[in-house]
Design a protein around this ligand. Structure first.
Ligand code: BGC
Length: 751
């Protein structure tokens, strides 16, 4: 408690004095490919009028910003992002154009991709998105979405990757390279610290510089420094007192100076709040309107409040990206169907490797068809599509195989399949919309029907979880309970049939206290994209051996998770305001939305570095399922862990090798994880941190040697005093495991 209070005070001091902002960061001497376009850009700028320059700095249409038509520079065309290429809309509204060509592949959403722990699959995923974006004439994809999953209830947990910065960073790099190697720019979003949806349009996030550098910024830093990301989207919220879209620290100092970013920053939709501060502090394009960076900017230049040099700089940053991305002539876009079989295959591969087997106590899976002749499939999510819903970007999916369709395709000829809906989730009332009609409670009747169906089946597949109404942009979940009386249903099902497999179609943690003792087998199958149902069915029958690992912690109860335990979420200093994006769609003005300072919430990140498993480990709180957990249909034995040396210096990589043996009877992948624990530290550290991992394929009965390496550079901490990355010399323990809680081997080295 005392520590939190002290920390809180230092955060407040920080927000008042603003950050110590001079000094130089030596770690990232990244040279962007975009610099090669500098002279070409300067030549264009020299020929442009001030009006033409300003025209580039705001939205032209809902998803377009202006080029320089007179000089043959094409408009910049954006596409949502991040898990499909969004359908075509009217230029000035959110209404669909109802084209027949714009149905796209629905890729598994962020947390599903993260559960593969595969940067290679993230690369394929990015490539698939880029191919479809090109068919639609897009220049910049509004993704990846890479904020850290700070709270289990976060509305966009399904879009984001992980609670861990290292896993998020590796996937961000893969995704970014996949997109940009295939001719489309990424737009990393939402920069930065947009870790909650409630009041995202007004909240002021106060986080320590160290937590920012070590937890929240690494996925962005890695995508910029290692993958040369061309675009960044400024988040809606404030960070340490300043709106992200006008945040000098985030944009000028960290992004451009420290990381060497040479590309363009666009605002989140409706997230610009000023003219002079925005343009000076690094914003290139106000999207989708021109309230601040249109006439007001022109006037500011003419009045001398903004120099034309700054305008030139912002235009140059856009032009660099424009030159790097080849524009697609309008007549070549949207001429053929967006979704292609190659992308369906990528979506399948990701889905198949993302499914997490939480437990399989009585080996109900893979299904043994010698014993199982009749299968009861129970649950609303068996037939529910997850491509769209709630607020925000979805997919107009060309095809989405539901769990039921997958089961019918793959199991239908092997066993009799019977179905009952079992539960129904009440529609959630939304801001700006009529409150949902009072709904009749059908749960008793639905349960009765389900029990009847389940009773005389050989196996029950309960397909529950959340849906896109529950997990949605624009608002967080109030809790993590399963909705629609699913707990009661699972309990009752287990009483009529103990052969109960629970499949969680949920992209964020749910409370499993009731399900856990009732269900001997539990799987997480995410919002798993166009091929999700097929991938699930392949796992159920054993065509695919499960190999996904949780990218976040499942807490026993919500209150155990760090932001809740420290009382920093939910914030109680202001009511939950109407969502900024919902207000934008409702054509409310900024002033109406921002009206009244009572809507200004403060989110003080009191848990500091202890996000996700870092908290559970350090504070000795047992989770329901730990970060990195996921079982297989085989077992793996780890042996012979060795480091190449006893002592490593600052510029070296710590290299370890070990033997991984598949001791079962099926070929399978294992995701091996290497964590670092500091032994004689004087600096405060989380108990352990993920620093390397690999997905390794091992044939049944065989062994492979696995090598992992950790650059010592990556073990530095952010020193607030030195405004720099510093190395703490000392002894560290390398913990090698199959999850954050299942450590199999360890060894010690000196740094
Ligand atoms: C979201 C962004 C999205 C934009 C455009 C905003 O509300 O936060 O992620 O790209 O809308 O649809």
């Amino acid at each position: 408690m005392k520590k939190i209070a002290l920390f809180t005070m230092s955060l407040l001091a920080l927000s008042l004095s603003s950050c110590k902002q001079d000094g130089m960061l030596p770690r990232d001497n990244h040279i962007s490919k975009l610099s090669q376009y500098d002279s070409q850009a300067d030549e264009i700028i020299a020929q442009m009028t001030l009006e033409e320059k300003v025209a580039m700095l705001h939205g032209k249409h809902m998803f377009t910003s202006e080029g320089v038509p007179r000089l043959g520079i094409a408009d910049m065309i954006y596409a949502d992002g991040p898990f499909a290429i969004r359908e075509e809309m009217e230029p000035h509204s959110w209404n669909s154009l109802h084209l027949s060509t714009d149905s796209s592949t629905f890729f598994p959403t962020g947390s599903a991709l993260a559960a593969t722990w595969s940067p290679e699959l993230a690369y394929q995923y990015g490539k698939g998105l880029a191919v479809e974006a090109r068919l639609r004439g897009k220049d910049m994809l509004l993704g990846p979405a890479i904020n850290i999953q700070r709270i289990p209830t976060g509305g966009r947990t399904y879009e984001y990757f992980s609670e861990d910065p290292f896993l998020s960073a590796r996937l961000s790099v893969g995704y970014t390279q996949g997109v940009q190697d295939n001719g489309v720019a990424v737009c990393l979003k939402h920069y930065a610290l947009n870790n909650q949806e409630n009041n995202r349009g007004t909240v002021n996030v106060i986080a320590s510089p160290r937590a920012m550098r070590e937890i929240y910024l690494p996925p962005f830093e890695a995508a910029v420094v290692e993958a040369d990301a061309y675009g960044v989207m400024a988040a809606y919220n404030k960070v340490n007192g300043y709106w992200c879209a006008e945040n000098d620290f985030l944009q000028n100092q960290v992004l451009r100076r420290d990381w060497g970013f040479k590309g363009m920053v666009i605002s989140d939709w409706g997230g610009t709040h000023s003219t002079v501060a925005s343009i000076k502090n690094g914003l290139n394009v106000e999207m989708p309107n021109q309230q601040y960076l249109g006439q007001a900017l022109l006037d500011s230049v003419k009045a001398g409040a903004v120099s034309e040099d700054i305008i030139n700089q912002r235009v140059k940053e856009i032009l660099r990206v424009r030159f790097a991305i080849e524009p697609i002539p309008a007549e070549k876009a949207n001429v053929e169907l967006t979704a292609k079989p190659e992308q369906a295959q990528i979506a399948y591969d990701v889905a198949a490797k993302s499914i997490v087997l939480l437990k399989n106590e009585t080996n109900l899976l893979p299904i043994n068809f010698n014993k199982v002749k009749k299968i009861a499939v129970i649950g609303d999510n068996a037939n529910r599509k997850m491509a769209s819903g709630g607020v925000g970007a979805g997919a107009k999916a060309h095809k989405e195989y539901t769990p039921m369709e997958g089961i019918q395709n793959i199991i239908g000829n092997k066993a009799e399949i019977v179905y009952a809906q079992g539960y129904e989730i009440p529609t959630r009332p939304r801001w700006g919309m009529q409150r949902a009609q009072a709904q009749t409670d059908n749960s008793a009747a639905l349960r009765e029907e389900a029990l009847k169906v389940a009773k005389d089946a050989d196996l029950v597949l309960f397909i529950g979880g959340n849906n896109r109404e529950i997990e949605t942009e624009g608002s967080d979940r109030a809790d993590i309970m399963l909705k629609g009386n699913q707990d009661e249903l699972v309990k009752a099902l287990s009483q009529v049939n103990p052969n109960l497999v629970t499949i969680l179609v949920a992209a964020a943690p749910v409370d499993l206290n009731v399900v856990e003792p009732c269900s001997p087998t539990i799987l997480v199958s995410w919002f798993n994209g166009s091929q999700g149902g097929n991938a699930l069915a392949d796992v159920l029958v054993g065509n695919v051996v499960p190999s996904g690992k949780l990218p976040f912690t499942y807490p026993v109860k919500l209150e155990d998770s760090p932001a809740y335990a420290t009382g920093s979420y939910p914030q109680t200093d202001a009511p939950i305001a109407e969502d900024i994006f919902v207000a934008l769609v409702g054509e409310k003005s900024q002033d109406e939305l921002m009206n009244g300072s009572s809507n200004r919430t403060t989110a003080l990140y009191a848990e500091d570095l202890l996000v996700g498993y870092r908290w559970f480990d350090t504070k000795n709180v047992k989770p329901m399922y730990p970060f990195g957990h996921g079982l297989s249909y085989t077992t793996f034995e780890y042996s012979d862990l060795k480091a190449t040396k006893e002592k490593y210096s600052e510029k070296e990589d710590i290299q370890v090798s070990f033997i991984l043996k598949n001791t079962g009877s099926v070929d399978a992948d294992e995701v091996v994880q290497l964590y670092v624990h500091r032994l004689d530290a004087t600096v405060e550290w989380p108990y352990k941190e993920l620093k390397a991992f690999d997905r390794v394929t091992v044939k049944a009965g065989e062994s492979v040697e696995v090598n992992l390496s950790i650059p010592v550079e990556q073990l530095k901490y952010w020193s607030e005093e030195d405004y720099n990355w510093m190395l703490e010399h000392g002894k560290i323990e390398l913990l090698l495991g199959s999850s954050s809680a299942d450590i199999r081997l360890s060894t010690q080295v000196q740094i």
